[in-house]
Write a protein that binds this ligand. Structure first.
Ligand code: ADP
Ligand code: MG
Length: 600
């Protein structure tokens, strides 16, 4: 116990913070080098460096799709093609009067935004591999259209790229322009990455059900990202057409598409700096090793293999300081229930959650068979029963993952629609999972902040530009997540990557995430599984304290002691039916329960 006390009093372990800009110096150093590049006086370098900047404009957006949202968009060269042709055609006047190149670029970006959504839409329905195929198919279609639409695109002969006005018409002038655009792209995609939208993206990628339970609607979220990435890619296309001075469909090869995709992969998921370095590496490599240029595809493939095998996390994992610092082994989770009133406030009075005659069968198995359940505010309601008796299924019905075949649900006297998992957070219903659903590569703090997703008012554009309301909300959410972590006893581990935590700690982390919602109802699926006796006692106190704030707690548990100790009411399930329901004393002496379940 003495050790435990010491741990509680110890100051937080000082670990580097985890935002994509936590270490600004690598970005500053790269920018510094880039700005000084003209000192070399070598115009060939201007060409290569301009190309690297242009590629990064595309990859920075693609990174949000591939690295953050985990969507395998392989054929992203299509959007570069669209942007290049739109800019070139509009500037040349092949369709209408010739436009100013800046205006042509702007229109290209808008066109890219539209097509970004078109390319992205299948991702909302199709699984990874099939989505990858559709992006490739789209790339082929775009190239074919560019070939066939001869009077506008010049077909196989091609079309001249736009000419930029002075001072952008010199090699170094254009280089600086592209560098500025690249720097802005780094900034805005970094802003998204560290906003609630970035956290939502990685949660959709790694823990989709947890994202839904936190109220994150995947389609709405992804469409914003597709718009942004599409616009950036097409803008990059316009710059690319300018740099090439002449474009033909041959310029937009599958190799190029592969380069963009691999730059993100070797850069590492969920990082800005990693893919930026990846892009530089892949652009520069064939130049530095000039004789190898013909082997570039082979080189990319080999590099990819080496990185995937040797450092699966990519460059990002290699440079992530959170991976190195050792964590103490015998750390104990000591919740501080006394912090809950400040974190949760007192729930306003409400009517409770009611289930009536719920039936749900899987094939021939009736997982729930005519279930009635009442969850009252401020009470801890235990749900017990042998394995397979339908406890988790009940939670899944309440949280909208399963649609019952018959039965009614009400929440605070209003009907609770079946299905609609994403809508549950707005109704004040939070939950944890029997197997913790977490984003291993994100920090503990970031995982917890996801729980406050629906509170955010600042929109995507505000996050993109890091406007004042966005920054203020971010500060507030960060502070509250720290509070939630302190309350569940994980305050010292806030900046650690979640995949370095022990299983028991992850359970407490999930509770912290759920508490971020200030839930009216909290459902815990076997929170004590894998916990030591001491930890269970402390969990006990924590759950009771949550109830005291007026939250109705539904507790699924195997540990009979925990259940009888803290529950106000208990429902015993057997084969999907209610075997008994009542106070702990009634259940303890219930004949059938004792013989069937408690084994006394
Ligand atoms: P527990 O009380 O152990 O949490 P569950 O609610 O997970 O039990 O499961 C209840 C019954 O429903 C079990 O027989 C289980 O096999 C079945 N079941 C649960 N989910 C599914 C599913 N998605 N598909 C088919 N059967 C399922
Ligand atoms: Mg279960």
């Amino acid at each position: 116990m003495a050790i435990v006390k010491d741990m509680a009093a110890a100051p937080p372990i000082a670990l580097p913070t985890a935002s994509p800009f936590a270490a600004l110096w690598p970005f500053a150093a790269l920018l510094g080098l880039a700005v000084l590049l003209p000192l070399t006086g070598n115009e060939y370098w201007a060409l290569i460096a301009t190309r690297a900047c242009i590629y990064w404009v595309l990859v920075s957006g693609l990174n949000l799709i591939v690295g953050y949202a985990g969507q395998l968009a392989i054929g992203y060269v299509a959007l570069l093609t669209i942007g290049a042709y739109t800019t070139a055609v509009l500037a040349a006047g092949n369709l209408f009067e010739p436009l100013h190149p800046f205006l042509a670029l702007t229109i290209a970006a808008l066109t890219g935004a539209v097509f970004g959504v078109v390319v992205g839409l299948p991702a909302l329905r199709l699984r990874t591999f099939y989505f990858a195929m559709t992006t490739l198919g789209f790339a082929t279609i775009v190239t074919q259209v560019a070939l066939a639409w001869q009077d506008v695109t010049g077909g196989g002969i091609g079309i001249v790229g736009p000419t930029m006005p002075a001072p952008l018409d010199t090699a170094w002038g254009f280089y600086y322009a592209c560098l500025a655009v690249a720097a802005v792209c780094t900034w805005i995609t970094g802003n998204i990455a560290r906003s609630r939208f970035g956290r939502a993206l990685v949660t959709v990628r790694d823990a989709e059900v947890a994202a839904e339970a936190s109220g994150i609607a995947k389609p709405r979220l992804l469409i914003w990202v597709f718009i942004l990435a599409g616009a950036l890619a097409a803008f990059a296309g316009g710059l690319f057409a300018t740099l090439q001075t002449y474009i033909t469909p041959d310029a937009f090869t599958f190799d190029l598409s592969l380069l963009f995709f691999i730059a993100v992969l070797i850069g590492g998921r969920g990082s800005i700096l990693g893919p930026l370095l990846g892009t530089l590496l892949l652009t520069l490599l064939p130049e530095v090793a000039a004789p190898l240029a013909a082997w570039s595809t082979f080189l990319y493939a080999a590099l990819l293999l080496v990185i995937v095998l040797a450092i699966p996390g990519g460059i990002a994992a290699l440079i992530d300081p959170r991976n190195r610092r050792a964590l103490p082994d015998n750390r104990a989770v000591i919740p501080r229930p006394e912090l809950l009133p400040a974190l949760l406030g007192q729930q306003p009075p409400h009517a409770g959650l009611a289930l009536r005659n719920i039936v749900l069968a899987f094939g021939g198995v009736r997982a729930i068979d005519g279930l009635d359940l009442d969850l009252r505010p401020g009470e801890v309601h235990g749900l017990i029963g042998p394995n397979g008796s339908g406890k988790t299924t009940t939670l899944n019905v309440i949280s909208g993952y399963y649609r019952p075949e018959t039965g009614e649900m009400t929440c605070d006297a209003a009907p609770l629609p079946a299905g609609d998992a994403v809508g549950r957070a707005a109704r004040g219903i939070a939950r944890t999972f029997q197997t913790p659903r977490v984003v291993g590569e994100a920090s503990v703090l970031e995982n917890v902040m996801v729980g406050a997703m629906i509170e955010g008012r600042a929109g995507f554009l505000e996050a993109l530009l890091s406007l004042p309301r966005q920054r203020r909300e971010e500060r507030e959410t960060t502070a509250r997540a720290h509070q939630a972590l302190a309350a569940v006893g994980l305050g010292a581990l806030a900046d650690v990557r979640a995949d370095r935590l022990q299983h028991s700690e992850l359970r407490f982390m999930e509770i912290a995430r759920a508490l971020m919602l200030r839930p009216a109802f909290l459902m815990l699926d076997e929170p004590a599984a894998g916990l030591s006796t001491d930890e269970i006692k402390r969990l006990d106190q924590l759950i009771r304290a949550v109830g005291r704030q007026g939250t109705g707690v539904l507790l699924v548990e195997h540990h009979a002691d925990l259940i009888f100790e803290i529950c106000d009411r208990i429902t015993v399930l057997n084969l999907g039916k209610v075997l008994a329901a009542g106070t702990p004393d009634e259940i303890r002496t219930h004949k059938e329960v004792v013989s069937a379940y408690l084994g006394g």
